[in-house]
Every structure is written in C-alpha cells, then in structure tokens.
Design a protein around this ligand. Structure first.
Ligand SMILES: Cc1cc2nc3c(=O)[nH]c(=O)nc-3n(C[C@H](O)[C@H](O)[C@H](O)COP(=O)(O)OP(=O)(O)OC[C@H]3O[C@@H](n4cnc5c(N)ncnc54)[C@H](O)[C@@H]3O)c2cc1C
Length: 485
C-alpha cells in the first residue's frame, strides 16, 4: 500500500456543498483534494434543481398560453417535449458531463480525484489504493440518494427515480407518481401540462404534508385543474410490471396502472458506506449529526443534505460558508495566526503570514430558524420557519393571520392563475413572526420579505407600519397582518 499523501483538507463528495467548500478553501491557499465518484456539482445541476426548473419554466409557459383565452384573445398551444429535453441536455448538463465543473475546481487550485472515498481512521481518507492524510480536516458532503419504500415487487421493476424523469427524451402516455411531496408535485404538474396522464399516490392524508394544510389544498386543486389525479391516504402494497406498464396495488384493493412509475418518496443518506466506524462515529443514524459549526467529530465537518438540516441547495451553500470560515480559522490557528473567533489567545502573526488567505471575521454559527423553502408548482408554495401546527406543538402562544390572493387588488387583476394566500404565524408573546407561507404566482419571491421578517425578528408593529407597494402580490402580507388573531 502506498504511503499516505499529506494535504491540508480532503473533501468527500463534490455536490453543491462539497464543491463550494473545496473551491473556496483552495482559493484561500490550502492544498485541497476533492473526491467525487459521479459528477462534480452533484444532484442539483444534473438531476435536480436546475433541469427540473427548466422543465417547470417550459410547462408554465404552456399554462400561461392557455390563460390567453378570456384575457387576451385565443392561443393555440401544441406542447412539444423535444426543446425541453434538448435544453436540459445541452444547456443544463452538457449531456451529463462534468468536464467544465472539474476545470472550475482545478482552476481554483484544487486537486481532483475521481472515485469513491471512505474514511480510514483519524484524518485519513482512502480512495481505492490511494490514501490521503488531512492536516487540517475532512469535509463530508456526500448528499443523499432516493429512498425507495419496501413495497413488494417494486425493486424488480424498471421504476424511475428523479434521474430517469429528468433524463427522459420521449414522454410516456401515462405516469404514476408515488409520493406527493415537493419533487413529486413539481414533476407531476410538468408532465401533465405536456399531455401525460398523471396519477399521484400519497400515503399521508394530504400532499405537501410538511407545509400548511391550506397550501396542500391549493396545490392539490391546481394540479387537479391540470388534469392530475391525486389519491391521498393510499398505502402501496405491491407493484408489478408486465413489460408494457406498471400496476400498483394499494391496501384496501385499489389498483392504479400507468406506462411509467416515478418513485419520489424521499431521500436517504448512506452513512454505512463512509467508514465512520474508523473514526468512532455512529453510522446507524439517518443523517450525520453536526453542531452549529457543522462539526461531526474532531477534524471532521459535514455539509449539505447529509446533515439532515434541510435538503436544499441554499442550505448546502449556507453551511459551506460556515465550514470554510471554521476550517480557515483552524488552519490559521495551527499555523500560529490570529484567532478570529476570539475564543483563544492570539499567538502573533498577521493574516497572510500563515499562507492562508480569506476573511478573518468571527466564525458564524448555523441558525435554521428562518429556513426558506419553495415548491415550484404553479402556484408556487413558499414557506419559512415554523408552520402553525409546529409552533403549537412547541407550546408557543400562537397568533395566525391569513389573506387570500384572489381577494387582493393584484390577485383580482391577475385573474386566471391567481390562486394563493399569505399565512403568517406569530409568537404573540414576543410580537414577532416565527413562520410564514406564501402561495401564489410569485409565491417564492413574495417569500423573501417574510424570510427577512422571521430572520431579523422584525416586530409585528413595525411590519404593520411599513408601506407595501400597490398593487403587488406582496401587499397580501399587509392584509394577513390585519387579519391576525
Ligand atoms: C428533482 C429535484 C429537484 C430539486 N430542486 C431543488 C430546488 O429547486 N431548490 C433547492 O434548494 N434544492 C432542490 N433540490 C435539492 C438539492 O438538489 C440538494 O439539496 C443538493 O443537491 C444537496 O447538495 P449536497 O452537496 O448536499 O449533495 P449532492 O448534490 O447529492 O452531492 C453529493 C455528492 O457526493 C458524491 N458522493 C457521495 N458519496 C461519495 C463517496 N463516498 N465518495 C465520493 N463521492 C461521493 C455523490 O456522487 C454526489 O455527487 C432538488 C432535488 C431533486 C432531486
């Protein structure tokens, strides 16, 4: 076996989070090895956010064109999947080739290694026969993979995950979507708008179950208006495939059939593959437990979906900023530089004398109180912080305000496609918002003001005194404040 190669940092998994950490540490002057077994950039650019939002953009253009009738004359729409598939292939993913992404990383000074990495004792990472010894730390950004439920027969069928749904060149005639969460609803609506007969089957009693019940209702109604069949409270018991199509047998005897089956029932981190036992970390958990600086254990940090703090690209990027600051802090201290956190005595040496570049500001702590999330259905479902029921479960003295978009000036003007609402959840004792939901044609954008209010704990009294531009969708926030009780 070869001797370990000594480097400053090893980053395992170059998805959104890992690539950001590895690139920024390399730019700061550290020697960084980044290991990726699949494509640099991870799920988001190749099979997630970016291509799915391109699909949604196209599907929404179809829906808008269909709204011309009654508003602006008539429009004939003939959906065609070919330009969508081409755009995903050529503009989003380079036909699922990461050459540019690898160059982006090596151009910052990082060293790229293609392969599957495992921890191999404290400070060590093994990739095949190669072993790297990390002087300052190891960062695990290994993400998640689709979690497929243990339904009888399912594993033996050619079901789709998000990957096949994103890569599809020719649409099926019909599609069964198992799972009514954000990804399931986004893809169901896209395919329905392109003429696919879509059926969504969800085990819980409502779709988008993690969000406010009012949001579930609006989203379900919108999908049904697009022709999607939605069945909630249905537990899949058995799946079969006869060479031409799928049959899903549900508890109670119901049967659903379709040419294709898309399984989007959540995602899972595969901790058992990471060699965590060699560093004394429990691999039996669902996610890697981290503290507010994303530490897993001595010398190991984690970033992104694998931490279970929110499976979003913006969470991975946010965490990456903290990991970078903390690792640079460690590196500087190890080199005898100043202590930017102020928690240890400075031993002399100005920034720059250590060879490590970058900010010497205090290392921020992760705070997920104002975590925003958007489901990009039409209407969009934006949410931040706690839902009403989450707040009540925590014993908060809750105040709620809700205002519907169609009754607002802008909603009334907008007419076709104006479904939505703003719902506010406040801590009445503190007089601040602790959660909010904004559903509507620009629900994700209206969310930004609400996220600022939750993040900065802006007093309700100040929000009520603000001037809201007329006639915007976000003016509904003022209506919801007025309706609070
Ligand atoms: C269909 C879909 C739509 C989405 N839409 C959105 C959206 O609109 N907005 C949003 O914020 N989020 C969205 N997401 C979620 C987003 O894609 C993830 O939150 C994000 O990709 C997480 O980044 P990550 O770096 O944690 O993990 P990943 O992107 O999963 O990257 C992890 C990487 O680690 C590699 N890896 C794993 N184990 C090893 C190993 N042992 N050795 C070497 N490499 C390894 C993997 O190959 C992978 O490339 C969507 C996801 C899906 C599936």
């Amino acid at each position: 076996m070869a001797d370990p190669e000594l480097v400053d940092v090893v980053v395992v998994g170059l998805g959104v989070g890992g690539e950001e950490v590895a690139g920024r540490l390399a730019e700061a002057g550290l020697s960084v090895v980044g290991v990726e077994r699949d494509l640099v950039g991870g799920e988001c650019p190749y099979w997630g956010c970016v291509p799915s939002k391109m699909m949604i953009r196209a599907a929404n253009a179809i829906a808008e064109a269909r709204r011309v009738d009654g508003l602006a004359g008539t429009a004939e729409v003939r959906p065609d999947w070919a330009p969508v598939a081409k755009r995903i292939r050529e503009e989003a993913t380079d036909t699922w080739d990461d050459t540019v992404a690898v160059q982006r990383f090596t151009g910052k000074g990082g060293r790229f290694v293609r392969g599957t990495a495992r921890l191999d004792g404290p400070g060590r990472v093994r990739v095949g026969e190669r072993v790297f010894q990390a002087r300052h730390g190891i960062v695990l950004g290994t993400g998640t993979r689709p979690s497929v439920p243990p339904v009888d027969g399912l594993a033996d069928t050619p079901y789709w995950t998000n990957r096949q749904a994103i890569e599809v060149e020719e649409l099926p005639e019909s599609l069964l979507v198992l799972g009514g969460g954000a990804i399931g609803l986004e893809l169901a609506q896209v395919f329905a708008r392109f003429g696919v007969r879509v059926t969504v089957v969800e085990a819980l009693d409502r779709v988008l179950a993690v969000e406010e019940p009012e949001a579930s209702e609006v989203a379900a109604a919108a999908l049904r208006a697009d022709g999607v069949e939605i069945h909630t409270g249905v537990r899949a018991e058995r799946v079969s495939h006869d060479g031409r199509g799928f049959t899903l047998h549900a508890a109670g005897g119901a049967r659903f059939t379709a040419e294709r089956l898309l399984v989007v029932t959540g995602r899972r981190a595969h901790l058992d593959e990471l060699g965590l036992d060699t560093v004394g970390v429990d691999a039996g958990r669902r996610y890697l437990a981290v503290d507010d600086r994303l530490h897993v254990t001595e010398g190991i940090w984690a970033v992104g979906d694998v931490t279970g703090e929110g499976a979003f690209t913006h969470v991975a990027m946010y965490q990456a900023g903290i990991v970078v600051a903390d690792l640079l802090d460690h590196a500087r201290r190890a080199a005898g530089g100043p202590d930017p956190s102020g928690t240890a005595s400075a031993t002399g040496g100005a920034s720059g004398t250590t060879g490590v570049r970058g900010s010497t500001g205090a290392v921020p702590r992760a705070d997920y109180r104002a975590l925003p999330r958007v489901t990009f259905t039409d209407p969009e479902v934006g949410a931040v912080g706690l839902t009403e029921s989450q707040a009540r479960e925590r014993g908060v003295n809750v105040q709620v305000g809700l205002a519907r978009l169609p009754s607002s000036a802008r909603g009334w003007i907008h007419k076709a496609g104006n479904e939505g609402f703003v719902k506010l959840v406040a801590d009445a004792d503190q007089g601040v918002l602790i959660g909010a939901t904004s559903v509507g044609p620009a629900g994700g954008e209206v969310l930004s003001g609400l996220a600022v209010a939750v993040h900065a704990a802006v007093p309700l009294a100040r929000l009520r005194q603000m001037i809201y531009a007329y006639p915007t969708f976000h003016r509904t926030i003022e209506d919801a404040l007025r309706n609070m009780s």
